[in-house]
Design a protein around this ligand. Structure first.
Ligand SMILES: [Zn+2]
Length: 262
């Protein structure tokens, strides 16, 4: 059984002391594919380091996270584009599989809303230019995110709505923009709500994710999350859909391949 974690920050300082053990625990649990979203330029070296350690398993994204859109965001966007360009330098084997994570977050801070919108739209255009999927971070900002997607929609726009926590209407709207829904620990929470309608959404639209080190599933809720805990999410989805864990792992891994091309 191959389980794919489509969103995990394995380079986080949260794993500073036990990164290798954390990776081994995941691989032993069948979680062998790690798609790794960027945050900002301060993490780029750490991302390249773990990719070098696990080249068969780790697939990197490049992008500027909405909560890190600050005064210097244009400089950060330049970094994103410069790293992306390395894909096309012949002597470089640098590869990226998505632009992420990008989007709008109004939960923490609304100060940079205009800049967040601009950075989101600019990075969608980069994704189109480089024919890559996008991975969307959306918190307390469904309308603002949909507004940008509406402007940029088309066959060349596709990707994942990461950590999906909306209503069934939001889910169908996201799917309408060629987005898969990233489902993680929240589906195991008592007040998470998405478990109440998820069985009305075809598994063809679902991918698995942890968002480690955040949002650990039950029974680890509130603790540090790690990719090995994806089996707890899988178990919950098996109950919701009435399908075997093996079947759900296979479908969601195939969905991840359809998006990331690997
Ligand atoms: Zn994330």
């Amino acid at each position: 059984m191959i389980i794919t974690d489509t969103h995990t920050h394995i380079y986080s300082e949260a794993f500073e002391t036990d990164q290798d053990e954390m990776m081994q625990r995941a691989i032993e649990n069948g979680v062998t594919r790690f798609f790794v979203p960027a945050i900002d330029s301060t993490y780029t070296d750490a991302m390249y380091a773990i990719e070098a350690s696990y080249p068969e398993h780790v697939f990197l994204m490049m992008g500027l996270h909405p909560t890190h859109v600050k005064e210097n965001y244009q400089q950060e966007l330049l970094h994103v584009e410069n790293e992306l360009k390395k894909r096309f330098v012949e002597s470089s084997d640098r590869k990226f599989y998505a632009i992420g994570e990008i989007g709008i977050d109004l939960y923490w801070d609304k100060t940079f809303l205009k800049e967040q919108q601009e950075a989101f739209r600019y990075q969608i255009q980069l994704a189109k230019k480089y024919k890559l999927p996008i991975v969307i971070h959306c918190r307390d900002a469904f309308e603002e995110v949909f507004e940008v997607l509406e402007l940029e929609k088309g066959d060349d726009l596709f990707g994942i709505f990461h950590c999906f926590t909306g209503t069934i209407q939001d889910a169908n709207r996201a799917i309408g923009y060629n987005m898969k829904l990233g489902i993680g620990g929240v589906v195991t929470f008592k007040n998470g709500k998405i478990d109440t309608f998820l069985n009305q959404i075809s598994l063809d639209h679902i991918v698995l994710e942890t968002d480690a080190p955040y949002l650990a599933p039950v029974p680890y809720r509130g603790k540090r999350n790690e990719s090995s805990y994806l089996v707890n999410v899988l178990e919950k989805l098996s109950g919701i859909y009435g399908e075997s864990e093996k079947e759900i792992a296979a479908i969601t891994t195939q969905n991840s391949t359809d998006i990331f091309g690997v």
